[in-house]
Design a binder for this molecule. Structure first.
Ligand SMILES: [Zn+2]
Length: 200
């Protein structure tokens, strides 16, 4: 059963005892942000499902409704190579040594240093999500560490191919690249919807 068919089924049947399992199944087979968001909106009370999905910004923003981004996902003029290249994540401007937080519960599957993204941390989450944090000045976790949402995993830096301190943040789901930006607002968005529905 694909996502569209299963979500129609869940909406038709309502969320019974097996609802939690169906939401987990929907999240596992979702392929894009839109499907992930629609599934999360079926959750009516806080539980561990939302905290297992990348749903916050890895850097603390002054205004959570307006997260500053210095380079977006997709085609862009590369700041060092000066040619059009695909950008596999988003760049978030940060202060040197500012704390970088995991955006969901998960497990560290890799840490290291590469020529392009410098010092990096890779975390595996439920439902096929992997998040990547690059250009770090310091790595604060080890491979196989169990991580909770919001935990500090490293510090902002400018290692690798970088023109100044910033965080490169990437998300893949079932191996497919995602635009990480809408995911940075997912928790806030879900809370707002719950509040709005509660007031009705
Ligand atoms: Zn980047």
């Amino acid at each position: 059963m694909n996502w569209t068919t299963l979500s129609a089924f869940v909406l038709f049947m309502g969320l019974t005892q097996s609802g939690q399992y169906k939401i987990e199944r929907l999240l596992s087979i979702a392929t894009n942000y839109s499907q992930v968001e629609k599934t999360i909106m079926l959750l009516k009370y806080p539980n561990t499902i939302i905290t297992s999905v990348p749903c916050i910004s890895p850097l603390q923003a002054e205004d959570l409704r307006r997260i500053p981004v210095s380079s977006r996902y997709g085609q862009r003029l590369h700041p060092i190579l000066h040619e059009y290249k695909h950008h596999s994540g988003i760049d978030l401007p940060g202060q040197m040594s500012e704390r970088v937080h995991s955006t969901a519960n998960g497990l560290v599957i890799a840490t290291g240093e590469s020529r392009n993204i410098g010092k990096y941390v890779k975390i595996k989450h439920n439902f096929g999500f992997i998040t990547l944090y690059g250009h770090l000045s310091k790595i604060k976790v080890c491979k196989a560490d169990s991580i909770h949402i919001g935990q500090v995993i490293g510090l902002v830096g400018s290692t690798g191919r970088s023109t100044g301190p910033h965080l490169h943040y990437g998300i893949t789901k079932n191996g497919k690249e995602q635009n990480p930006l809408p995911y940075c607002y997912l928790y806030l968005h879900w809370q707002n919807v719950l509040i709005r529905e509660g007031k009705k």
